[in-house]
Design a binder for this molecule. Structure first.
Ligand code: PLP
Length: 432
C-alpha cells in the first residue's frame, strides 16, 4: 500500500518558495546573495492599513465570520470593480479568499472535469498549470513570444480553442513577463471567445497586478467587453497593490451569485472564512484616501528601477530584455549568453540522469546563484509544458536600485564566464 494518493504526483509547485532553501544554503556557505527572485513588493504594508488590522484584533474581532467575506469588504470590492471596469458587480457575487491564489484551485474544482482542456499563458503563474494537471485536465499552454512583447492576439487564442475548452486563464499585467494586453488585444480576444466558446466556458482573469502599471497606463479588464462579464471571474487581491502578501487577502468576483455560492462553500470546506481583522484592514485599503499615494510611491519606484534595468540588461552580450509595462518583473532572454558560455554544448554531454532533471535556464539560474550570488527564477518555473528550448529567466525589480545594479553587474560577468561555467559543471553540484 502506498502512503500517498496517486493524484498527488500530478501536483506542481511554485519554485519561488523552493528557491528560498537554495538561498539559505548559499548564505550558510558565506555567499552574499542579491535577491532578484522575490515575487512581492519590497515595501511594508502602508501604516494606515496595518493600524486597522491591529486595532481590530485588540477590539476582539477575532472570531469566525461570514464565509464569503465580511459585507463591508465585499461592498468595497464590488464598488471598486464596478467603477474601474464599467460593469455592475453585486457584493453577493464577491467571495473573499486567503490570498488570490485559492481562487485558481476553486475555479478548477468548480468548472473543470477530467479530460477538459484548459488554456493558460506560458510563461505564466505556475499554479495554473499545477492545478490543471492535478485535476487531469489537458494543459493547453498559450505560448507568449518575446518578439511580441509577450502579448498574445485573438488569432493565437483562436487556434487553441476546441469544443473541449472549458477554461481560459488570462493574466494582465503578467507574471513573469510584465506584459500588458492593450484594449485592442482584449477586444479581439473577447470577440473570439464570444464566437468560439460555449457560454459555459469560464474566463479566469487574473488581475492581481491591476495597479502596478507603468507609463501612465490604465488597467483594462476582459470583463469590461460586451458579453464577457457573464463568463469572467475577476480575481485579484491585496498582496501586490497594498504590499500585503503576508496578510493573505484576495477575492474572486464571479459571473453569477450561484457561482459565488459555490466558492463560498469551498471556503466553508477548506478555511471556513478569512480572519475578520484582516478583512477590515483590507476594507480600509480600499476605502482610505491615503492608499492612492502609497500605491503611487511604490509604482513610481518600480518604474524607475525598470527604466534602469532593461537597458542595462540589453547592454549585456547574449541577453535581450523586453520592456515590461506592468507588474515588477523582467523576463530576459538568455539564449545568447547560454551559447557564449558553452552551456548549450554542455547540456548534450551531461549524464542522462542529470540531463533529465536540468535544462539551460536552470543551469544558468544555479550558476548565477552559487557562483555569482544572484537569485533569479528559471523559465520552467513558469510553466513546463512545451517550454523546452526556451531560454529565459525572471528577475524581480522588487528590490533596491543598489541591489538591482549589483545584481545586473554580476549577471553581466556570469554571462561571459566560460571558464567559470566549465568548472561549475565539472564540480557537478547544484545543477538542478
Ligand atoms: N496570480 C499571480 C499572477 C501572481 O503572481 C500571484 C502571486 O505571486 C498570485 C496570483 C497569488 O497572489 P496571492 O499572494 O494574493 O495569493
Amino acid at each position: 500500500m502506498n502512503l500517498f494518493a496517486v493524484r498527488l504526483k500530478a501536483l506542481g509547485s511554485e519554485n519561488a518558495f523552493k528557491i528560498v532553501e537554495n538561498i539559505q544554503e548559499c548564505l550558510s556557505l558565506g555567499i552574499d546573495v542579491i535577491r532578484l527572485n522575490i515575487g512581492e513588493p519590497d515595501f511594508d504594508t502602508p501604516a494606515h492599513i496595518a493600524r486597522v488590522g491591529v486595532e481590530q484584533m485588540q477590539k476582539g474581532n477575532t472570531h469566525y465570520c461570514h464565509p464569503a467575506g465580511i459585507l463591508p469588504l465585499r461592498e468595497a470590492v464590488a464598488e471598486q470593480l464596478s467603477q474601474t471596469r464599467g460593469i455592475t458587480v453585486d457584493p453577493e457575487q464577491v467571495v473573499v479568499t486567503i490570498g488570490a491564489k485559492p481562487t485558481i484551485s476553486y475555479a478548477m474544482i468548480a468548472y473543470v472535469n477530467e479530460g477538459d482542456e484548459v488554456i493558460y499563458p506560458s510563461p505564466g503563474f505556475p499554479i495554473y498549470e499545477s492545478w490543471v494537471s492535478f485535476f487531469g485536465a489537458k494543459a493547453v499552454p498559450l505560448h507568449l513570444e518575446e518578439k511580441r512583447d509577450f502579448r498574445f492576439t485573438a488569432d493565437d487564442l483562436e487556434k487553441l480553442i476546441t469544443p473541449k475548452t472549458k477554461m481560459i486563464f488570462i493574466n494582465s499585467p503578467s507574471n513573469p513577463t510584465g506584459s500588458v494586453l492593450t484594449a485592442g488585444d482584449l477586444e479581439g480576444i473577447a470577440e473570439v471567445i464570444r464566437r468560439k466558446c460555449s457560454p459555459a466556458v469560464r474566463i479566469y482573469s487574473d488581475e492581481i497586478y491591476e495597479h502596478v502599471l507603468f507609463d501612465g497606463l490604465k488597467h483594462k479588464s476582459i470583463a469590461s467587453y460586451p458579453g464577457m462579464q457573464e463568463r469572467t471571474l475577476i480575481c485579484s487581491g491585496h498582496s501586490k497593490t497594498y504590499a500585503m502578501t503576508g496578510w493573505r487577502l484576495g477575492f474572486a468576483a464571479l459571473p453569477t451569485k450561484v457561482e459565488a455560492e459555490v466558492f463560498k462553500n469551498l471556503n466553508i470546506n477548506i478555511v471556513s472564512c478569512v480572519p475578520p481583522f484582516i478583512q477590515e484592514a483590507g476594507r480600509e485599503a480600499y476605502e482610505s484616501p491615503s492608499s492612492e499615494a502609497s500605491i503611487r510611491t511604490m509604482v513610481t519606484k518600480f518604474q524607475e528601477r525598470r527604466d534602469y534595468a532593461v537597458p542595462a540588461l540589453n547592454a549585456i552580450p547574449g541577453i535581450t530584455c523586453a520592456m515590461p509595462q506592468g507588474a515588477f518583473y523582467l523576463f530576459p532572454n538568455i539564449e545568447g549568453a547560454c551559447r557564449n558560455i558553452g552551456m548549450l554544448e554542455v547540456m548534450d554531454k551531461l549524464p542522462g540522469d542529470i540531463r533529465a532533471k536540468t535544462f539551460p535556464s536552470k543551469l544558468f539560474q544555479m550558476f548565477l546563484l552559487y557562483r555569482y550570488g544572484v537569485a533569479t527564477m528559471d523559465r520552467k518555473s513558469f510553466g513546463q509544458v512545451g517550454a523546452d528550448g526556451k531560454h529565459f529567466i525572471r528577475l524581480s525589480i522588487a528590490s533596491s536600485i543598489e541591489s538591482i545594479k549589483e545584481g545586473i553587474h554580476r549577471i553581466s560577468m556570469a554571462a561571459q564566464d566560460r571558464a567559470g561555467f566549465a568548472t561549475f559543471i565539472d564540480e557537478a553540484k547544484h545543477l538542478y
